[in-house]
Design a protein around this ligand. Structure first.
Ligand SMILES: Cc1cc2nc3c(=O)[nH]c(=O)nc-3n(C[C@H](O)[C@H](O)[C@H](O)COP(=O)(O)O)c2cc1C
Length: 327
């Protein structure tokens, strides 16, 4: 039987998990603009194992967001089975496992991308999760660590080793961020490595969905990159900041060869909707997080500097409406 990944029309356009960004309000906004799949922020398998209230709150979602994939991180395989079952019981559509995080507080303790230094642990984690749940399991990683950008075969550990290690497990999708651990977030992605990764993944997982990720700047470049890498689609991250309509634009461009720019009225409407959704889901305390999004929504406007001064002080959706109604 086909799983949900296989039922989505290709090329697909999804989010990636992003800590501090892909909360329920943002996922709903992405969904409204046509995201095929949305991801939660990464959540700790250890915290879920211990039924942390804060972590359980992070995986709450609205049914309109589906398909929702919850991403787990953690380096201790024994935490994953219970954590995965808790995730499955919420009714989400999939589970992703983080094998790519370079952040000090995760990779510095041997988690995230650094788990790849010990492929036995990679295997154990995947085994725990795939044995525990019936929903599809996906994985996200980078093109490698201790390797040289632009030379996919060089270096100590790379995504090809990772694919070899996971080849016997029931993996439904793979997202690869085309940068290394050593150059975590800047510069272009290694498209050649992404292409070769897709070929290797499809060899072992002909039904698996392969998504490329990283540094995608324009609608045209995203579509060219998907084609070049022969991927099943793209997973978007920072490029979505302040422009969640990218989902629709990319899909329109794939289907028709053109796409519409968004008007300021649409930008305002999206930002105000986003503000209301954040208020409903996180209340007055969480609403401060809206400020960073608002700065992105007005980026590039000639009056952005003046607007920024007002937007960094908003406390409630009405404040956002008031500022935006004046312009
Ligand atoms: C603020 C921030 C938070 C992130 N959180 C996660 C996360 O929780 N899980 C994950 O797999 N990747 C995370 N990432 C990595 C992104 O998903 C993505 O792989 C990376 O930003 C590269 O894509 P981009 O160049 O299009 O932004 C995060 C990145 C940023 C900038």
């Amino acid at each position: 039987m086909k799983n949900f990944w296989q039922k989505i029309e290709k090329p697909m356009v999804t989010t990636t998990p992003m800590a501090g960004i892909t909360d329920s309000a943002w996922r709903q906004i992405c969904k409204m603009w046509g995201a095929d799949v949305v991801h939660t922020e990464f959540v700790s398998a250890d915290a879920l194992y211990h039924a942390s209230k804060k972590t359980l709150k992070m995986i709450q979602y609205d049914p309109m967001e589906q398909p929702v994939v919850v991403q787990l991180f953690g380096k201790r395989p024994e935490m994953y089975s219970r954590a995965a079952k808790i995730v499955e019981a919420t009714g989400v559509t999939g589970i992703d496992i983080n094998f790519g995080c370079p952040a000090k507080k995760v990779a510095g303790h041997g988690g995230g991308i650094c788990i790849l230094r010990d492929m036995d642990t990679v295997k154990k984690i995947i085994e725990e999760v795939t044995n525990a749940v019936k929903i599809p399991v996906s994985v996200k990683t980078r093109i490698g660590l201790n390797k040289i950008q632009g030379q996919p075969q060089a270096g100590q550990i790379n995504v090809f080793d990772f694919i070899e290690a996971i080849k016997d497990y029931n993996i439904s999708a793979l997202i690869v961020h085309g940068r290394t651990y050593e150059i975590p977030f800047t510069g272009p992605v290694d498209l050649e490595a992404l292409k070769q990764t897709g070929e290797k993944f499809k060899k072992y997982f002909p039904q698996g969905v392969y998504l490329i990720n990283g540094s995608f700047q324009s609608v045209e470049s995203v579509v060219a990159d998907i084609k070049y890498a022969q991927a099943d689609g793209v997973a978007l991250s920072r490029s979505l900041y302040g422009q969640p309509w990218l989902f629709k634009q990319i899909k329109d461009y794939i289907k028709t060869g053109k796409y519409d720019e968004v008007s300021w009225d649409i930008i305002k409407d999206t930002a105000i909707k986003h503000a209301h959704l954040l208020w409903v889901t996180k209340g007055s305390k969480g609403f401060k997080e809206m400020r960073k999004h608002l700065l992105f929504y007005v980026k590039g406007r000639p009056d952005a500097a003046k607007l920024r001064q007002m937007l960094v002080a908003v406390d409630k959706p009405k404040d956002v409406e008031k500022i935006f109604k004046k312009i």
